[in-house]
Design a protein around this ligand. Structure first.
Ligand SMILES: Cc1cc2nc3c(=O)[nH]c(=O)nc-3n(C[C@H](O)[C@H](O)[C@H](O)COP(=O)(O)O)c2cc1C
Length: 158
């Protein structure tokens, strides 16, 4: 498994980008090299060669992935690459006001990546914008234990 982690950001109004930046800083501080990539213009090739990813995405429309994630999502669905060499963590942003589709943007990625053979590390982080908590603060707390699980997976793969 590559040593570097790629954070893929799906966002409409920038919250997920902010979360990715704070999480990226926390990873760096813990000695994990991380790069942040907006999903804009990406396709399934971003997963070619495998490696470790953090999917950091919000939800829009009726439980859809954000506009900048549509192409990547559709390409994965259509080309259905073998992602057995991919591990990933999931940070999903949503709002429980949308009760029927809470965090579906992230959940859709989760379901699709697993169907393609990728392995999720840890439980997803689901942020509820109506809860009054600051998403980047919740994410930085969540990433601490996640780093431990990530290291374990990396060592097992080595
Ligand atoms: C028009 C609109 C539709 C939304 N639809 C959903 C939804 O279906 N499910 C959900 O959990 N959150 C939904 N949200 C909430 C956003 O995902 C949430 O506010 C998120 O933090 C925004 O992150 P971003 O700035 O990175 O796009 C919606 C927000 C807006 C403005």
């Amino acid at each position: 498994m590559e040593r570097q982690l790629t954070i893929l950001v799906g966002t409409m109004t920038g919250t997920a980008q902010l979360v990715a930046e704070e999480v990226g800083d926390a990873l760096t501080a813990q000695g994990v090299e991380a790069r942040i990539l907006a999903m804009d213009g990406l396709d399934a090739a971003v997963f070619a060669g495998g490696g470790a990813f953090l999917i950091c995405t919000s939800t829009y429309g009726q439980g859809d992935v954000p506009d900048n994630a549509q192409k990547l999502f559709a390409d994965l669905e259509q080309s259905r690459p073998d992602l057995r060499s991919v591990v990933y963590g999931l940070i999903a942003l949503g709002d429980r006001t949308y009760a029927q589709t809470f965090c579906f943007g992230g959940k859709r990625f989760d379901t699709l990546l697993q169907a393609l053979g990728a392995r999720r590390i840890g439980e997803p982080m689901l942020h509820d914008a109506s809860a009054g908590t600051v998403p980047e603060e919740v994410a930085v707390e969540w990433i601490g234990p996640w780093i431990g699980l990530f290291r374990q997976a990396r060592d097992e793969a080595a």
